[in-house]
Design a protein around this ligand. Structure first.
Ligand code: NCD
Ligand code: ZN
Length: 333
């Protein structure tokens, strides 16, 4: 059995920089046509020069693969319309991090005051630049995302023309918010479709499954699976593949992030097949994103998966992938 995917897109990806970029960049460009590239480098990507230079570094590691990096800027409430106009052709979206909420987000936003945000969000609405948000409060770790839903609602109401993407949603509350506001959309990762907190911390602690937002309860995973597997038009795949070197994961003070880029399509194929919804995978992996992001162009790339066992390597460079050493049902042809 084979599955053909047209232009698979990864709408939330961390490619890092330097040696790590050299290791992980080609692993995404082998599987995907394009990806939304997160800006949380040190320092974050927050100027036109930094964005263009980063895009060139990404292109230079992806070799001959057809792969488009959709670039993002790190949100600042000081971006003016003039600045955004000047960078619009280089950029696909802007990513907003609450301050200190995750890896390299110290320079993020420390409060959500509509008046403080108005200049930049009005300009983004007018220029049709989507806003991607890491939606977590500083509350109790299992409640952070559900608590943030009221902020999503406040933004969706005050900026009705702004396309708002709830990144890597993990809860039934976020799924419910999708249908309440026309301008709210979401990405869902592979790992949040597969695991719950039990897999992370229910037995021996699994550092390679530790990420932000933390995996939640079985009913949350069910809610995510439902919308992903039915190809709900407001959700799209975003791996949030977030590589950290093995020593930073298997450490006292484990870095957050699950590395899935090289196995994502194969494992998604297996999941959709198990649920008899393979025909919906194309929507989840590409078509929905192309409708939500009206400002992207896709190259012309077809990826074929075949039902042939694949043993996931123990490591890619310094990075341990999710399910390292395990055998999965599909391979990329
Ligand atoms: C991401 C990272 O390492 O950059 N980590 C993660 O756990 N997902 C940042 C993020 O998306 O939160
Ligand atoms: Zn991320």
């Amino acid at each position: 059995m084979t599955i053909t995917l047209n232009n698979p897109l990864d709408m939330h990806l961390h490619l890092r920089d330097e040696d790590m970029l050299k290791t992980v960049g080609p692993l995404s460009s082998e599987s995907f046509s394009a990806a939304i590239i997160m800006p949380n480098l040190v320092p974050p990507v927050a100027t036109k020069e930094a964005l263009i230079a980063y895009k060139e570094r990404i292109n230079s590691v992806c070799g001959s693969d057809t792969f488009t990096p959709y670039m993002t800027l790190f949100f600042k409430p000081t971006y003016t319309k003039e600045f955004l106009e000047s960078i619009r052709d280089e950029l696909t979206a802007i990513k907003l991090y609450p301050a200190g909420i995750t890896t390299n987000s110290e320079g993020g936003l420390s409060g959500f005051d509509v008046d403080e945000l108005r200049m930049t969000l009005d300009a983004m609405s007018e220029l049709e630049i989507p806003l991607c948000i890491h939606g977590e409060t500083n509350g109790f770790v299992m409640d952070r995302e559900a608590e943030f839903v009221s902020i999503y609602e406040m933004l969706a109401t005050n900026f009705p023309k702004l396309t708002i993407i709830m990144e890597h949603i993990t809860t039934k509350e976020s799924v419910a918010a999708l249908d309440k506001f026309e301008n709210l959309y979401a990405t869902i990762t592979l790992h949040h479709l597969l695991i719950t907190l039990d897999d992370v911390a229910g037995g021996m602690l699994q550092p390679h499954l530790f990420c932000k937002p933390i995996a939640k309860r079985p009913e949350d995973r069910e809610a995510l699976r439902k919308v992903a597997l039915e190809g709900h038009p407001k959700v799209m795949f975003g791996s949030d593949s977030a590589p950290h070197p093995q020593h930073a994961k298997e450490a006292c003070g484990c870095a957050a992030g699950v590395f899935t880029a090289p196995i994502a399509l194969q494992v998604l194929a297996e999941l959709f097949e198990e649920h008899s919804t393979v025909e919906k995978l194309q929507d989840f992996i590409s078509n929905n994103a192309q409708k939500i992001y009206k400002n992207i162009e896709v190259p012309n790339k077809v990826i074929t998966l075949e039902k042939k066992p694949f043993t996931i390597p123990a490591k890619y460079g310094e990075v341990v992938p999710m399910f390292a050493g395990e055998v999965i049902a599909y391979s990329i042809v």
